[in-house]
Design a protein around this ligand. Structure first.
Ligand SMILES: CC(C)(COP(=O)(O)OP(=O)(O)OC[C@H]1O[C@@H](n2cnc3c(N)ncnc32)[C@H](O)[C@@H]1OP(=O)(O)O)[C@@H](O)C(=O)NCCC(=O)NCCS
Length: 141
């Protein structure tokens, strides 16, 4: 298992590290338009950041005040090593601490199985978001 740790932070303090993950993953790799990637929700969300022991950011996610989890991203060389798992666990724990009884996310359909492992259940039909097929999923906690 590779070494990394997950911390929580607000946009003011983690912005550049989150951008260092989300730009290569969403903007470069998945061709999401930067105007869609960066929205007003970043400033009001709680962010989760996975870093190597020397502080290099390798993964991120965010929890919105309404219980939506989103922007889950792990740098390509770090995938398959438990980073996404640790980030989602942190986000779910934070959602529970915030008093939510239900967590919601818009999963890219290729990643629905990743979220299903945690008990997220698909609700509704597939839809397009930022040019990528998504499905709404919920977790009752
Ligand atoms: C989806 C993503 C966040 C997963 O992160 P990761 O660090 O590779 O995931 P992990 O290594 O923690 O995997 C945890 C488990 O989920 C499984 N898993 C990972 N990706 C999966 C997928 N796309 N579908 C189904 N299962 C998946 C792994 O096999 C692993 O299972 P195991 O413990 O039984 O071996 C990562 O692939 C990613 O950043 N992709 C590009 C961005 C993206 O599509 N984000 C999702 C937006 S909704």
């Amino acid at each position: 298992m590779s070494a990394f740790n997950v911390t929580r932070g607000h946009w003011l303090t983690v912005k550049s590290q989150c951008q260092a993950v989300r730009t290569p993953v969403f903007v470069d790799e998945q061709r999401v338009d930067p105007s869609e990637e960066w929205d007003d929700m970043d400033e009001v969300s709680l962010h989760f950041l996975a870093c190597t022991p020397d502080g290099e950011p390798i993964g991120t996610a965010r929890l919105l005040p309404d219980g939506h989890i989103g922007r889950m991203a792990v740098l390509a060389p770090w995938r398959g090593q438990g980073v996404g798992d640790a980030l989602l666990r942190s986000a779910i724990a934070a959602g529970l601490e915030a008093g939510h009884s239900e967590l919601i996310l818009h999963a890219q359909t290729h990643a629905a199985g990743f979220y299903a492992r945690f008990g997220f259940v698909a609700t509704g039909d597939e839809f397009d978001e930022a040019g990528i097929p998504h499905v709404r999923m919920t977790l009752t906690i």
